[in-house]
Design a protein around this ligand. Structure first.
Ligand SMILES: Cc1ncc(COP(=O)(O)O)c(C=O)c1O
Length: 431
């Protein structure tokens, strides 16, 4: 085990000796040292939920006076995750493992010690999971790996992220497949609206239905199970971009019934950046080509492991991924989801009261922890910059007037009130 106190003191000493360049290292360890070593007791949740979440907030390096409403882009890895990453480095970098063959350690491994907890968390078998770097990479595996002829169609929504859409654009340009896009109403009022429009777009050439489970544009939670069932009934492959889902809400890929599912747990699960995954339903694995080929690419018995054979890799990120799953399980995914939904409802209601135009679904089943509102004539980038420079509040938006507000569990209602006060102040100054 890493002895952080020793490390800290030696790091401080050496940083004094070597110069200011190394000082920050000691500082990061010192910061981690200063965070509570234990998570708040679960019983605190029953006594005082807000106090429990306030304690949990202390696990994050985000400064206490900063309000981070952009978890939808990237999360912030909390102390247990960072500690695990460092332990991964400490364990690996000594190069003194019992087995002198380094490859199974840094690549070409089943990594079941990481796939098992992830498979349990998302509801599938380890053999259906490939550990990749993020949803973009996983989406590329999907688009590159499915056999399609010129003229074959992929159907997707008009709210796909570039990391979901462009792999198909590349395939269209290179191989002549056809991309068809269906429009999602803003806001989506009920599941029937999307099911009807998808149904209407399906043709005899449709081979793949690709959509975000939660879209980047509006944060709408699409009825993934129903959409996948529709695709299956027509013999169409269903591929779901779930970048936002693990850690935002409970996920069970089997219940959804999709053929493939990609994700970026660095967002809502607060896993390290560079730890993503691709799920491929067992019956589909043999139909998917690998994108990166090295030893193992053509060995079907490896199942989805063959998609994670990418050469040497950043294994400590996987240590962090495992710790982030452990953390979510320790807190309880139901509690996390409940908290995130409540905060989202709170900020949405407050913004609608301020006459913001909501693109967030009025149906609670079709929204979770991302609220998207438009606030014309306020220019979102001006507001974004002002909030950060003047108030230490980070948001994200879309041009010209859209604000995308993410509500992870570690925020409090006070944080949201501070954002709302700042928003009011800015609005008044522009009146
Ligand atoms: C729906 C969706 N898919 C894919 C991505 C890309 O994520 P990453 O950069 O982690 O690959 C995002 C990022 O915001 C997203 O919202």
């Amino acid at each position: 085990m890493l002895n952080r106190r020793n490390f800290l003191s030696s790091a401080v000493t050496s940083s004094l000796a070597i110069g200011a360049g190394l000082a920050w290292r000691g500082n990061l360890w010192a910061q981690l040292e200063s965070l509570p070593a234990q998570l708040p007791d679960r019983s605190l949740f029953d006594q005082n939920e807000d106090a429990y979440w306030r304690e949990m907030r202390k696990q994050f390096l985000i400064p206490a006076d900063e309000i981070y409403l952009n978890n939808g882009t990237v999360g912030s890895s909390p102390a247990p995750v960072l500690r695990a990453v460092f332990q991964g480095y400490e364990t690996g970098e000594k190069m003194n493992q019992a087995d002198p063959e380094d490859y199974p350690i840094w690549g070409y491994a089943a990594w079941n010690e990481f796939r098992d907890p992830l498979a349990g968390f998302v509801g599938c078998n380890r053999d259906e999971i490939a550990l990749l770097r993020n949803a973009t990479e996983a989406n590329n595996y999907i688009a590159n790996g499915i056999d399609m002829k010129p003229g074959d169609e992929v159907l997707m929504s008009d709210q796909e992220h570039p990391g979901g859409e462009h792999p198909w654009n590349l395939k269209a340009k290179r191989y002549g497949i056809v991309i068809k896009k269906f429009n999602l109403p803003k806001p989506l009022i009920n599941p029937a609206q999307v099911l009807e429009v998808v149904q209407a777009y399906i043709t005899s050439r449709t081979r793949v239905l690709f959509f975000s489970h939660i879209t980047t544009v509006t944060g709408v939670v699409l009825p993934a199970k129903e959409l996948c069932s529709l695709a299956r009934s027509k013999g169409i492959i269903s591929a779901v971009d779930g970048a936002h889902v693990p850690g935002m809400m409970r996920l069970n890929v089997r219940e959804i019934g999709c053929d493939m599912y990609s994700s970026s747990p660095h967002k809502w699960l607060q896993a390290p950046k560079g730890s993503g995954f691709l799920y491929v339903r067992d019956e589909m694995i043999d139909r998917l080509w690998s994108t990166i080929a090295t030893e193992g690419w053509d060995e079907p018995q490896l199942r989805a492991e063959r998609f994670q054979r990418i050469g040497s890799s950043n294994v400590p990120a996987l240590w962090g991924l495992r710790a982030s799953i452990q953390l979510a399980n320790d807190i309880g995914m139901d509690r996390i989801e409940h908290r995130q939904r409540a905060l989202c409802d709170y900020i949405l209601t407050a913004m609608v009261k301020r006459r913001a135009i909501s693109w967030t679904s009025p149906d609670p089943k079709l929204r979770c922890a991302i609220a998207t509102v438009n606030v014309p004539p306020i220019v979102r980038m001006d507001l974004e910059n002002w909030l950060w420079k003047e108030k230490k509040i980070r948001i994200r938006g879309g041009d010209p007037n859209k604000l995308r507000l993410s509500t992870p569990y570690y925020l409090s209602k006070d944080d949201i009130d501070r954002f709302l006060d700042a928003f009011d102040e800015y609005k008044k100054s522009k009146a």
